[in-house]
Ligand binder design. Structure first.
Ligand code: XIL
Length: 386
């Protein structure tokens, strides 16, 4: 009798608590913990777009402990900075070198990163022997093999490919690369088809700089429309985003997001960095040349970035990320071209040995004011539940 009463009591208690938990609209403990303040870039933007970085050999080999800790904490997408470029991955006509790209993919898998292969077809950083490939049939077969071999090797692992990089001139016409010269315009259609066949699940992108600028953008849209009309699979467009404190304008960037998205494409910002140094092309009558090397005018902050410029950089990143968030439904990924200022290619381009500050982390891997602006904007999209 006593045992029966206990059992009834127990059943009543369980029943009431089930009923109570069903009616309870308060967030559960689990929800509360998942909705707490997000303290890293990748978490702050998690629901909206990926936050990526590019990895060099040093990062992949985990040679810099601070970088090795920072990368998986702040980023959830990685792009191969140089190791998948033709000269590195296919250095001789009959041989590939996958040593670094295999390591890149292994690290990405281990850290559950979205992985971008950069880049299958590009006029730059080609292997020297490519300049001698002037026979149409031979080049076509070589290119097909290049794409099938690389994309096939990483099938189901690399999530997206920059199938072609920088195929356009500034006026929107097609660049006279070896591919255009020898194979004609059809090369574009072919490379996308070969890539799609080699890994049907990988996303395929067209990637370029200055395609937010009206003339080049127009040419890019025409080129993509032609490919789409032929039934070619193209999933996204990568706007590189090598910008300065003053340009590109927010209007041009916004127009590009809208126009590219209207083609049914995912819009990615694939190589974002903001130079704070003078640009030789801004000098009337000047050209990029060795003359600028070592000039204090061209390298004004060798000892550190003045606060006033630091603020300008933070404001510039703020405007950009406010725009990205406004169009978060159209943007898939924002990748920075480098992990920290010391790593940026902009320390050596277009003038060698300068001290540039284009990224969100400084030379000691500390977050800069620009980082906190970007983080704050991400945190404000989904504020935590109190
Ligand atoms: C750059 C790398 O960051 C450098 O290390 C290398 O020396 C030159 O290329 N646009 C691109 C990238 O698509 O591949 C370039 O990367 C930067 C410009």
């Amino acid at each position: 009798m006593h045992l029966l009463r206990i059992k009834i009591l127990l059943l009543l208690t369980i029943g009431t608590s089930i009923l109570f938990s069903c009616q309870n609209t308060e967030p559960t403990q689990k929800e509360l913990t998942t909705k707490k303040e997000k303290t890293t870039l990748k978490d702050a933007y998690e629901e909206h777009f990926l936050i990526g970085t590019t990895l060099s050999k040093q990062h992949i080999n985990q040679e810099i402990p601070k970088a090795a800790a920072l990368i998986p904490r702040e980023f959830n997408a990685i792009t191969a900075e140089n190791m998948m470029k033709w000269m590195n991955i296919h250095p001789a006509k009959d041989s590939f070198d996958f040593s670094m790209s295999d390591k890149f993919v292994a690290l990405g898998q281990q850290q559950e990163m979205f992985m971008v292969g950069h880049t299958l077809v590009w006029h730059s950083q080609l292997a020297d022997y490519m300049n001698e490939m002037t026979d149409k049939e031979a080049l076509e077969a070589h290119l097909k093999n290049h794409i099938e071999t690389i994309v096939g090797r990483y099938k189901g692992k690399i999530d997206g490919w920059d199938v072609v990089n920088e195929a356009l001139n500034e006026d929107g016409t097609l660049r006279e690369s070896i591919f255009l010269k020898v194979l004609g315009e059809e090369y574009l259609e072919k490379i996308f088809r070969w890539a799609a066949a080699a890994d049907p699940s990988a996303e395929l992108y067209y990637n370029d700089y200055n395609i937010e600028q009206p003339a080049k953008r127009k040419g890019c849209i025409e080129m993509i429309k032609k490919l789409q009309a032929k039934g070619v699979k193209i999933d996204g467009v990568g706007i590189q985003g090598h910008w300065s404190l003053l340009g590109a304008s927010i209007k041009d960037i916004e127009d590009s997001i809208l126009e590219f998205a209207a083609l049914g494409l995912k819009v990615d910002f694939t190589e974002l960095d903001i130079t704070v140094l003078p640009n030789p092309w801004d000098l009337k009558g000047a050209e990029v040349s060795q003359n600028f090397e070592g000039s204090p005018f061209m390298n004004p902050y060798p000892e550190g970035l003045p606060d006033s410029v630091q603020v300008k950089l933070a404001n510039r990143y703020q405007s950009l990320f406010e725009l990205f968030v406004k169009h978060k439904d159209k943007i898939n990924r924002v990748t920075f071209w480098g992990v920290h200022d010391g790593h940026s290619w902009l320390n050596n381009w277009p003038i060698k040995d300068r001290t540039n500050y284009p990224l969100l982390f400084d030379r000691e891997f500390n977050p800069k004011p620009a980082y906190f602006e970007v983080l704050k904007i991400g945190q404000a999209i989904d504020p935590p539940v109190n």
